[in-house]
Design a binder for this molecule. Sequence first.
Ligand SMILES: *Cc1c(COP(=O)(O)O)cnc(C)c1O
Length: 382
Amino acid sequence: MLFQALSTSPIDGEPTVSTQQFDLRPTAHPTEERIRAEILANPGFGRYFTDHMVHVRWTHNDGWHSAMVRPYGPLTLDPAASVLHYAQEIFEGVKAYRHADGSVWTFRPERNAARFQASARRLALPELDSDTFIASLKALVSQDVDWVPTPASEAEESSLYLRPFMIASEKFLGVKPAKQVDYYVIASPAAAYFKGGVKPVSIWLSSHYNRAARGGTGSAKCGGNYAASLAAQKEAEAHGCDQVAFLDAVENQWVEELGGMNLFFVFRDGRIVTPALTGTILEGVTRDSVLQLAADDGLQPEERAISIDEWREGVRSGEISEVFACGTAAVITPVGELISEDDRLVCAEGSGGEVGKSLRKQLLDIQYGRAEDRHGWLTRLA
Ligand SMILES: *Cc1c(COP(=O)(O)O)cnc(C)c1O
């Protein structure tokens, strides 16, 4: 256990997830109630932040220490901090959902904690234990609970988006794993990712760029992957597309994922296919949940390689009836069109397919406490 102050309860050996060990330093300037209400009425995505943030420091000599909830605000970072030069950084994306009775919950945070540890190993950062990761979400959400939106209706998918991240803050220009690292969690109220309901997105098939290669960082959630995807995203936008899809880096033939979402292909005969995790794809929590819910519904999930030719031919022959992307931020989003230099493929007319729509509703109903949590996916935060 890296973080001894938060390890196990002395009474029965049960792991404790308590907020006690986070030193609370409340802000002297909380956002006025009236202003917060205005923000929560139209938060958009990632534009506004709550009054506090979590901070825990790690040093090579002392391990994790000085856990606190402190006022949200700019960081003091040495210009030589290695994250600024060599991108030694990882992050997570988690949402907090308010239920009808006012309680606040999050979805499968132990999966995010495990992925954060895997990302840390790949980026040579220190691992944060799962209990501390989950306790940090609890500590921040308890303090800023008034910032968790109350959805006025089922259609209003508002939530508090939580962004845990870890950066190498050691002042040193040599290329080596940093001996000082900082972990933070910030929180941002979020409306539904797509305003005005779910609309199919158009996808640009990148032929100049790849997202990940075997042995690279494709399966780690690190900022560098996103920096590297922006040129492709610009290319997509120049062609009038919303998002970009990447193929494998070796044969330029196998479908991987979008810049920040996993892909699913629904077949008429009940199969539902997603690219297998071969080390170049990010293991989405939503992806895993969709696989489970699809199996519960009697569909046949398959994790395997799917080529760009199979995608195109399947849609043209009607064998593939719908394609959708999934991730925490946008939940499940139908793919309307696949566009490339020499081809245009319509994957969905109207508002997208029924299978994605149904899985989306099931997922949201569990997350917002409107359906039974039969897989034990929810953890209470406040
Ligand atoms: C975060 C992310 C996803 C989606 O993961 P979720 O856990 O479902 O939010 C998919 N692909 C990439 C590249 C990502 O960074």
